[in-house]
Design a protein around this ligand. Structure first.
Ligand code: R5P
Length: 293
């Protein structure tokens, strides 16, 4: 069998170490940095010749990383790698999945074309599939979608007594209902109307009968946190006292994390797809399960 080597860009080192250990891969050494003029520099130090190579790179704040991914993948191939796979626990550019206004770029499609050109396969966790129903609609390489739901369910069962799960919009039903069924707890799905990048409206939930429960908001992405904040306001008005927010991918753009804390949320929990203080749910086992041989 080909030797498998896992590399990671700088901010994913701790997750990469766990994944490499669990899936018995060699951890490769590479340098990723910027020149003074902000151009990217990549140097692959571990031999990749005749090996199968995996690059773990979570693609939040993606624009600098993308150039590094391309330089890495192309160089690995030039150096003799048999295959170069991308593990992107958080997959960027999935939300602009149509031209909402004339002349707008459809990011998801163009980004998929780029990644498909340089990598041999892609593994990701709960990508934001809305208007695209599967990654194979836009990626031409093999893709594997993993789901954090079971790991979130285990965390909730262990840490929260009497939860009611809340999904802030219809898209969230896919994961919220799955988690609720997994641990046999009730759930509610609200209606969201996005008014702009940082402005959303949420329907008033019919939650009175759950007044004594702990409300657990679950969403795939927390970016500006506007969705969570708006939902929390409604829940508080409806008399809910204790609210916990769980996000698979905690992007926390600008001061989103502080703004969410200020709303009086009891706890903010995220999965470690993006390294952050709020990480409490480790998905290294989920990722490595997909490579175990
Ligand atoms: C959108 O449909 C997603 O599922 C999330 O609800 C959204 O990305 C959260 O974004 P924000 O934190 O900026 O409201």
């Amino acid at each position: 069998m080909l030797k498998r080597v896992l590399f990671s860009i700088l901010d994913n080192i701790s997750l990469a170490e766990k994944v490499a250990f669990r899936s018995k891969m060699i951890l490769g050494e590479a340098i990723f940095r910027s020149f003074p003029d902000q151009e990217s520099y990549v140097r692959i130090k571990t031999s990749v010749k005749n090996r199968e190579i995996f690059l773990l790179a979570s693609l939040y704040q993606p624009d600098t990383k993308i150039m590094r991914l391309i330089l890495f993948a192309k160089t690995a191939k030039i150096l003799g790698a048999k295959k170069v796979h991308l593990i992107a626990p958080y997959l960027s550019y999935m939300r602009q999945d149509k031209a909402f206004h004339p002349g707008e770029a459809i990011n998801s499609v163009i980004f998929a074309e780029l990644i498909s050109h340089y990598f041999d396969s892609l593994v990701t966790i709960d990508p934001h599939l809305h208007r695209h129903h599967s990654l194979s609609e836009i990626y031409t390489i093999p893709t594997q979608v993993l789901h954090a739901g079971h790991f979130i369910a285990i965390w909730i069962r262990k840490h929260i007594k009497d939860p009611v799960l809340i999904g802030p919009d219809s898209e969230s039903k896919q994961w919220v209902s799955h988690i609720a069924d997994d641990i046999r707890v009730p759930y509610l799905i609200l209606e969201k109307n996005r008014k702009g990048d940082r402005k959303v409206q949420i329907s008033v939930p019919n939650i009175q009968s759950y007044e004594k429960c702990i409300a657990v908001l679950v969403d795939d992405i927390i970016s500006t946190a506007a969705t969570m904040i708006e939902t929390i306001k409604h829940l508080k008005r409806a008399g809910i006292k204790k609210i916990i927010c769980i996000g698979v991918h905690g992007i926390f753009a600008d001061d989103a994390y502080q703004n969410l804390l200020k709303c009086g949320v009891y706890r903010i929990v995220t999965c470690n797809t993006i390294s952050h203080n709020s990480n409490a749910i480790d998905l290294s086992d989920l990722i490595s399960q997909s490579f175990r041989s």
